[in-house]
Design a protein around this ligand. Sequence first.
Ligand code: NAD
Ligand code: TYD
Length: 349
Amino acid sequence: MQKTILITGGAGFIGSHVLRLFIKKYPDYKIVNADKLTYAGNLENLKDIEGKANYFFEKIDIVDKEEVKKLFERYNFDGVIHLAAESHVDRSITNPMEFIMTNIIGTVNLLNAAKDLWNIDKKGKLFYHVSTDEVYGSLGETGLFLEETSYDPKSPYSASKASSDHFVRAYGNTYALPFVISNCSNNYGPNQFPEKLLPLFINNIKNGKSLPVYGDGKFTRDWLYVEDHAIAIDKIYHDGCIGETYNIGGFNEWTNIDLIKLLCKQMDIALGQEPGTSEKLITYVKDRPGHDKRYAIDANKLKNNLGWEPSLQFEEGLKKTIAWYLNNEQWMNNITSGDYKNYYKEQYS
Ligand code: NAD
Ligand code: TYD
């Protein structure tokens, strides 16, 4: 069946994997990637699919409601998969306003455009909002986040994502907008901007630079390979129930320090170094303000209702991830030098 789908934030880390999966799996769909190309948006992530007949790119700032309105008028979307966001907690601490604008106002602009477009006929339409487990706040030593867990966001990033989740549900309730939300744990894998833990540390180890571990390093996160997240999004988009929330996670909890030590071991092997070489780079630094202690997701609803499970064991996923960054030196160099920003100009001018 033919569909026209808007994917926002498709030049980012997770968005690029979702786009690739949809472009390849659904040749009959028309898929539009709308992205502002902030520092985190990199069209090089999509090099292999940009020539496909079912792929369209629009450079759009979702905060601009007129641009968003025009986009919806131009394409008459059947569905939206909304990933565009400011996504880095540390940046939200130094500049919360960007997060309020993109994550809250940008989401509401998309909701308004979808509501207006689908006003007469909502059949087959869906607004899929991609969110994070961070909206649930921080756990103690035990317990897991369930879909029913009360929201308790603690950083400007998670507060802005929580707010956007509330708006999506409110539009579902007030205007009968067909929606679905998923809340996922920490993703890792190829194409992640090297401000996040794993790509930053892989690059630092490669260059013999120190590994800045926040606080005591005993913070816990659940890690999921990004392609498994994309597969979950595909499943939820096509088979999920309207109005439902699905938690997505890797069943894979690690304290930061244990994960970093495993990374160091694997990096020593990959770089052919003496065992213990990378670990010497570990440096404990001042903690992130308000640092959430533990996130852990119960993804059993998704597993039981839609039959999704992570396909990769963590050690295997980490090995694949390291191999990707080491084999894609140019991608990393383009980011660290800022050259990736020229790609849009060269490709689309
Ligand atoms: P990312 O920062 O790598 O990419 C974000 C993308 O959004 C970029 O391409 C950027 O250019 C675009 N964007 C930002 N502001 C925009 C604007 N105003 N208008 C249009 N485009 C804009 O983020 P990511 O890690 O790929 O995360 C994608 C989504 O998944 C986010 O909504 C995030 O909250 C959510 N999420 C991320 C993780 C994770 O571990 N990375 C986990 C769970 C949920
Ligand atoms: P991050 O990748 O920023 O994701 P999030 O904050 O959304 O979970 O960080 C993952 C964990 O690693 C988090 O507990 C913070 C920690 N961290 C460090 O210890 N040092 C670093 O340089 C970074 C970027 C993160």
